[in-house]
Design a binder for this molecule. Structure first.
Ligand code: BTN
Length: 253
């Protein structure tokens, strides 16, 4: 009923109205050996997971909560590239379905008018240095009104409805996101990360700006120089030292 135009991505769809987290189901399915491209979609998550151990607000029928299972034959340290790939695909899908101009905040928050409308959580299963599966969890705020968000999120978060002023078809957004994901994934398997990196940079909001990166034990303020070939963020502090940031919370100063 989604009218998918894809060959592998979303060919198998595991749909459930209410789940704890689509991420959790995707992990189970990946362990059971389901085929690459299997997608888990729900209308509502009771304990949606965000990055950095946060929770993700996922109310019924108003967003897209989905997790995609990929099985790329790449070394573990290249897995973050897929997060950036997913962010580009979702940004393209937003452009395909609205008049909005999405931007990406490293690594993979998608902002519209500087407010977060999409979050992406990439997790992987690996044995020794072999990737078994990569699970890309995508949470898109589509038709929430501002009052649907918890008060503490209202300043920073938004939905496509709020930003575009009209209802957006969730199935159309899913369809375009899967189409874009499949195209970019094929490009990536064929030509590597370089073309994806260029696209990612064309949407990036924070490059060249001074940002604050908070990691678990440290806070670094510096100029965002760019990303490396494996998707790591490079920050130059006031003393000229360049730091590689693998995982952090970014605030644009
Ligand atoms: C973030 O913190 O920005 C990432 C949020 C990721 C949310 C999505 S919704 C679908 C999938 N299932 C989850 O429990 N989390 C991800």
């Amino acid at each position: 009923q989604l009218g998918l135009e894809t060959k592998t991505i979303g060919k198998m769809i595991h749909y459930q109205e209410t789940v704890e987290s689509t991420q959790k189901i995707a992990h189970q399915l990946a362990n059971e050996g389901v085929q690459e491209g299997t997608l888990v979609v729900a209308e509502e998550q009771l304990s949606g997971k965000g990055r950095l151990m946060r929770s993700w607000h996922s109310p019924k029928f108003s967003g897209i909560w989905m997790s995609l299972i990929l099985r790329p034959k790449i070394p573990i340290h290249e897995a973050p590239q897929l997060t950036l790939l997913a962010a580009v695909a979702v940004a393209q899908a937003i452009e395909d379905t609205t008049d909005l101009k999405p931007q990406i905040k490293w690594p993979n928050d998608i902002l519209v008018n500087r407010k977060k409308v999409v979050g992406i959580l990439t997790e992987m299963q690996a044995e020794s240095d072999r990737i078994h599966s990569v699970i890309i969890g995508i949470g898109m705020n589509i038709n929430q009104q501002l009052e649907d968000f918890p008060e503490e999120l209202q300043e920073k978060a938004s939905s496509l409805l709020i930003e575009s002023g009209g209802t957006v078809s969730r199935s159309k957004v899913i369809q375009r996101a899967l189409f874009r994901l499949e195209n970019l994934y094929e490009l990536y398997l064929d030509q590597g990360f370089m073309p994806i990196k260029d696209l990612w940079e064309s949407y990036a909001i924070s490059l060249g700006q001074v940002i604050k990166a908070s990691t678990v034990n440290d806070t670094i303020v510096g100029k965002a120089l760019g990303i490396t070939d494996s998707g790591v963020l490079l920050l130059e502090d006031g003393k000229g030292t360049v730091h590689s940031i693998y995982s952090a919370d970014i605030e644009i100063q």
